[in-house]
Every structure is written in C-alpha cells, then in structure tokens.
Design a protein around this ligand. Structure first.
Ligand code: PGA
Length: 248
C-alpha cells in the first residue's frame, strides 16, 4: 500500500521581517536528523529569497502563500509561480480561505493557479474548508468535496500536490473540530481524490489546518487520513513549530 509522506507546513501569513529568519534557522537546527516527514515554511514573499538562502541544503523547504495564474504581464502587485521558483520556493499555498474570502477567489481561479504552479515546478498545497454557517447547516462535507473537485484541474497528471482541510471557523480561533469530524472530512477528501485521479492520488497528503498547536498536534496527526498539518500562528515561533512537528 502506498502512503503519503507527511508534510508540515508553516504559513507565516503577513508576518515576518528580516529578524524572523532566525526563527526559521532555529527550526532547521531543531530538526537535526529528523526523518519523519517533510517540513516547509511559507513566509511572506519579501522573505522567500533570503529564507531560501538561509535554509539551503537543510531539511526545511520554502514555499509561497499565493501566486497568479499568468506567468508574467501587467498585473501590478502580483507574483507568478515562476517568480516564486526563481526566488527559491518549491511549494505554494493556494486557495487559502483568507484569499478566497478577501479576494473573491473562486474554485476555478484556484484551479488555474494550481495548473500554473505545477507547470512552473511548484508543489501546490490546495486549501479547502467550510464556514461555521455551512457546518451548522450540515453542508460541510458537500461544500468541501465540491471545493476539492473545483479547485484541482481535472487533467492533473501528477500526485505532486497536497490538499489542506482548513475549516474557516477553526483558523486563528483556538477552536478545532473533533477528531471524528476531522477523520470524516479527510476520508471524504481521500475518496474524492480517488474518484478524480484514481489510485495514484493515494500518495497525496491531506493536511489538517486550523488552530494546530503543540498540545493538540499529536492527536490530530494520528487521525485517519491526516497526512500532516498547515500551521498558521504556531509556526511563527520555532519552539511551537518544532513542538507540532514532534507530534508526527
Ligand atoms: P492557524 O492558521 O494555525 O493560525 O489557525 C492556519 C492557517 O490559516 O493556515
């Protein structure tokens, strides 16, 4: 049976100045000879190149937090997948709920970005997740599986991507779903990937994200079909991020 290699990715969001490079270095040092999975940090775009240089040859991968679907052009303020690669990134978070909500990103827009990222050689981490209203209305499973279907290009010919299940109501709130709710969703996402891409998608890690911290990481990471974590706030401090990685 093929199983995904776990991935723990830190999403620094719009946090981090040059001094934060020390936190990332401390993560690399703290990992030492850790072989339990892959670890990535996704800093703001301004730090990608410096972080890539600082972490070169070590165990921590560097990723972006978004990219544009086009490779270049008159898109003031935007960054393409090629630019992220050029700066040293090997992954990119796409379709984060903060982008979906704040920039009206649709599933189709996310799918176009996924295609662009893969063409540029980046591994996309594709985020999906329901709002509190949708969960309370009993729509969580339908909403999330529909997002998975719409946010991944149907012609995807690779398993070099990850999906992150991030309930919107759990992000930055300290709230988390029960383990049973996480497992139910991850099993449904796995089944959707199987339907779309067949058995080769069995190696795609399905990450959980939303208020992951050292105290709840081990239990979440042990849950069925949880292949890692996407960590926001707790990835900003090396000690907390390392504490989460220890849960693998
Ligand atoms: P959080 O954020 O860990 O701070 O809840 C997770 C995310 O938005 O990726």
């Amino acid at each position: 049976m093929t199983v995904p290699i776990p991935l723990i990715a830190g999403n620094w969001k719009m946090n981090g100045l040059a001094a934060s490079l020390d936190e990332a270095r401390a993560v690399a040092v703290g990992l030492g000879t850790f072989r339990g999975g892959r670890v990535a940090i996704c800093p703001p775009a301004t730090l990608i190149e410096r972080l890539s240089r600082a972490l070169a040859g070590g165990p921590v991968l560097v990723g972006g937090q978004d990219c544009r679907a086009e490779a270049s052009g008159a898109f003031t303020g935007d960054i393409s997948a090629e630019m992220l690669v050029d700066a040293g990134a090997s992954l990119v978070i796409l379709g984060h709920s903060e982008r979906r909500a704040g920039y009206a990103e649709t599933d189709a827009a996310v799918a176009a970005k996924v295609g662009a990222a893969l063409r540029a050689g980046l591994e996309p981490i594709v985020c999906v997740g329901e709002t509190l209203d949708q969960r309370q209305a009993g729509e969580a499973l339908a909403v999330v599986t529909e997002q998975v279907r719409g946010s991944l290009p149907a012609e995807l010919a690779t398993d070099a991507f990850a999906v992150a299940y991030e309930p919107v109501w759990a992000i930055g709130t300290g709230l988390t779903p029960t383990i049973a709710e996480i497992e139910e969703m991850h099993v449904a996402i796995r089944a959707t990937l199987r339907e779309m891409f067949g058995a080769r998608s069995d190696t795609v890690p399905i990450l959980y994200g939303g208020s992951v911290k050292p105290s709840n990481a081990a239990e979440i990471l042990r849950a069925t079909e949880v292949g890692g974590a996407l960590v926001g706030g707790a990835s900003l401090k090396a000690a907390d991020f390392l504490g989460i990685i220890e849960g693998l």
